[in-house]
Design a protein around this ligand. Structure first.
Ligand SMILES: N[C@@H](CCC(=O)N[C@@H](CS)C(=O)NCC(=O)O)C(=O)O
Length: 216
């Protein structure tokens, strides 16, 4: 099956990173096409592929699918041998819950700490609502790691969709110097050490485009 993934700028597009990382880590072949965001023709270019007018978007000879979590769910179903969700029912329910929580929430983190692989600063967190979201993520990572640490270095042991969903947050916390507990820090290191993340960041940093709206 020839998968083709349409993504945005690697430096900025956190939603694009999620399915891209899942495909890479699970070693599923795909071609990629980048559409630069915040340009005059961005919408028009994306709509050539996606009816929703947003990236990421995945297509192959069988399906057209869009929205990061829906794409990841499709990959999980199309490649059951890749175990994109945890095997265990209880772990799977938790992995789905925290993935959905990420997908539908954390607006303060999105607004205050936009993904920007080039950033290397220590952001001073002054708002309680932002700190509250950081604390929630810290406790999600800590609880998962403490529970599943014997099974591997990721949230549920092996890399799953839950890790793909939280990878952009790891990058944000890393680039903005956000302080988390030691267990969460260790988890961040597992994500940051992935060859695929190194590749994404390297290519994102090398991009020429600057999106002023995402520069804080
Ligand atoms: N809920 C969507 C959000 C996708 C999204 O907001 N994508 C942004 C880039 S990160 C986009 O395509 N923006 C283009 C535009 O608004 O013109 C998902 O999970 O994929």
């Amino acid at each position: 099956m020839k998968n083709h993934l349409v993504i945005g700028n690697k430096n900025y597009s956190s939603w694009s990173l999620r399915p891209w990382l899942l495909l890479k880590v699970k070693d599923i072949p795909f071609t990629e096409e980048k559409i630069l965001l915040y340009r005059e023709d961005t919408k028009q270019e994306i709509q050539k592929h996606s009816p929703a007018g947003l990236v990421p978007f995945l297509k192959n000879s069988e399906v057209r699918t869009w929205d990061s979590l829906a794409i990841c769910e499709y990959i999980a179903e199309a490649y059951p041998e890749k175990h994109c969700w945890p095997e265990n029912l209880e772990a799977r329910a938790l992995a789905r819950s925290i993935s959905a929580e990420m997908h539908s929430g954390f607006n303060q983190i999105r607004d205050c700490l936009p993904m920007n692989c080039r950033k290397n600063i220590v952001f001073k967190v002054e708002s309680d609502s932002l700190q509250g979201e950081i604390n929630r993520i810290n406790s999600i990572w800590q609880d998962c790691r403490i529970h599943y640490q014997k099974e591997g270095a990721f949230l549920f042991g092996d890399f799953t969709i839950a890790d793909a969903m939280y990878a952009p947050v790891v990058l944000r916390f890393h680039c903005y110097g956000i302080d988390v507990g030691s267990v969460a820090k260790q988890y961040m290191q597992s994500i940051l050490s992935l060859t695929a993340i190194e590749e994404w960041v390297r290519e994102g940093v090398a991009e020429k485009a600057v999106i002023e709206q995402a520069e804080i």
